[in-house]
Design a protein around this ligand. Structure first.
Ligand code: S3P
Length: 182
C-alpha cells in the first residue's frame, strides 16, 4: 500500500501522515524532507538560489522514485499534485488523500507556523495572505479535487480515515485495472 497525503500548505499533511502511519503500521515519508536530504539544501534556500521551475522538475522526479517504496504513507508538498502528471501518477500507483481546508483556517495556520515558506514571501499582511491563498487554492483545486478520498482537514478522525482507506483499497483491488473492450 502506498498512500499520498495531499493538500495546501498548512493543511496538516505532516501530522496526519504521522498518525495514519502509526495507525496502519506503515512507514512514513515526507517529500519535502526527501528533497532536502537528496539535494542537501533547505527548500527555502533552493528557491532563493534556483527557481520554482527547477524545484518542480526535481520534485516530480523524486515523487516517481517513491514507486520503490511499499507500505508507506507519504506527505507531499502543497504543490506536488499540480505539476507534470504527478496527480495522475499518484492515483495510478497509490491512494491519494486530500486534506481540504478553507482559506481562513489555512492562513491562520500558516501564520502560526514557525516554518518559512518560499511561496509566502512578501505577503506580510493577513489580508494579502488571505487573498493569495484564496486564489491559489481555487487554481489548485483542479488537481486536489481529483483525490481518491477527500476529508475535512479541520476535523480528522484517523480511525475513520484508516477505515475509508482500507475500503477504498479493497474496492480498487477487486476491479480489473484494464477495462475489457465490449
Ligand atoms: C509548496 C509547499 C511546500 C514546499 C514548497 C512548495 C507549494 O510544502 O513543497 O515550499 O507549492 O505549496 P508544504 O505544503 O509542506 O508547506
Amino acid at each position: 500500500m502506498r498512500i499520498y497525503i495531499i493538500g495546501y500548505m498548512g493543511s496538516g499533511k505532516s501530522t496526519v501522515s504521522e498518525k495514519l502511519a502509526k495507525k496502519l503500521e506503515l512507514l512514513r515519508f515526507d517529500l519535502d524532507e526527501l528533497f532536502e536530504q537528496r539535494f542537501r539544501i533547505d527548500i527555502n534556500r533552493f528557491f532563493e538560489k534556483y527557481d520554482e521551475t527547477l524545484f518542480r522538475k526535481l520534485e516530480s522526479r523524486l515523487l516517481k522514485e517513491t514507486i520503490l517504496l511499499n507500505n508507506v504513507v507519504i506527505a507531499t508538498g502543497g504543490g506536488t499534485p499540480c505539476f507534470y502528471n504527478n496527480m495522475e501518477w499518484m492515483k495510478q500507483f497509490g491512494i491519494t488523500i486530500y486534506l481540504e481546508m478553507n482559506p481562513k483556517s489555512l492562513v491562520n495556520r500558516i501564520q502560526a507556523s514557525k516554518r518559512k515558506r518560499p511561496l509566502m514571501r512578501g505577503k506580510s499582511s493577513a489580508d494579502q495572505l488571505l487573498e493569495y491563498v484564496h486564489n491559489h487554492l481555487r487554481n489548485r483545486n483542479i488537481w486536489y479535487s481529483q483525490a481518491d478520498i477527500i476529508i475535512k482537514g479541520e476535523s480528522i478522525d484517523v480511525n475513520d480515515l484508516a477505515n475509508r482507506i482500507l475500503a477504498f483499497q479493497a474496492d480498487k483491488s477487486s476491479k480489473p485495472s484494464i477495462q475489457p473492450i465490449e
